[in-house]
Design a protein around this ligand. Structure first.
Ligand SMILES: Cc1cc2nc3c(=O)[nH]c(=O)nc-3n(C[C@H](O)[C@H](O)[C@H](O)COP(=O)(O)O)c2cc1C
Length: 188
């Protein structure tokens, strides 16, 4: 059983990308190979980052909880909407608080938009962010276009293509996490 932490990064009222978060949570759980911890950044109300957690005397409420959930994970999945050709500011703000929590973690990327491109621009930039934090971005990304048409409110796929892409993502991700987490465990 792999311990997977999903970090979902939109806090907008009426956010549709939560459907992509639910879809990937459901699909990973259904594999029977993953135990999921879901971090919804909206639950934490984090301030704009002024210092990294490691440099703080008194961290904001919830920050240590997130740190622990990231640290404990064999693999992490970032889920974000595309805003202005990039990932959400709320996700980046959260990422910036942490350092060693990311070290050598395998990270899967899930992006969504209400348009046809499914957050392609955000996903490419997110791969670069993952490299910058010393983690490994999975090459295959899950893009969810036309969010309200592709997934229902519970994250259930509404057409064959998105269903197939979710299955492929899960299969690639479990391989990726197994490969990297096995190696990571050797060095602990
Ligand atoms: C500030 C902002 C910027 C956006 N920029 C883009 C964009 O660059 N490309 C895109 O495809 N959709 C863009 N969208 C639309 C989102 O894809 C759409 O809101 C979608 O439902 C996912 O975001 P949500 O989870 O906040 O609903 C933008 C939405 C907002 C609120």
């Amino acid at each position: 059983m792999f311990r997977i932490t999903i970090l979902y990064g939109a806090i907008r009222e009426g956010r549709l990308s939560i459907r992509a978060g639910k879809a990937i949570k459901n699909a990973l759980e259904a594999s029977g190979k993953a135990e999921i911890t879901f971090i919804d950044i909206k639950d934490y109300n984090l301030p704009v980052m002024e210092a990294r957690l490691k440099d703080m005397q008194v961290p904001p409420a919830g920050l240590l909880d997130i740190s622990q959930k990231l640290h404990n994970a064999d693999g992490i999945v970032f889920v974000t909407p595309e805003y202005n050709n990039s990932y959400s500011g709320a996700l980046k703000n959260t990422v910036d608080y942490f350092t060693k929590e990311w070290a050598k973690k395998p990270i899967g990327i899930v992006c969504g938009s209400d348009g046809k491109q499914g957050g392609l621009n955000a996903s490419n930039l997110l791969q670069l962010l993952v490299l910058a934090i010393g983690a490994f971005p999975m090459p295959y990304k899950l893009l969810v276009p036309e969010l309200p048409l592709s997934l229902d409110e519970e994250g259930n796929p509404q057409n064959e293509i998105i269903g197939k892409n979710i299955k492929r993502f899960v299969s690639e991700y479990l391989w990726f996490v197994e490969a990297i987490s096995t190696q990571n465990k050797k060095s602990w």
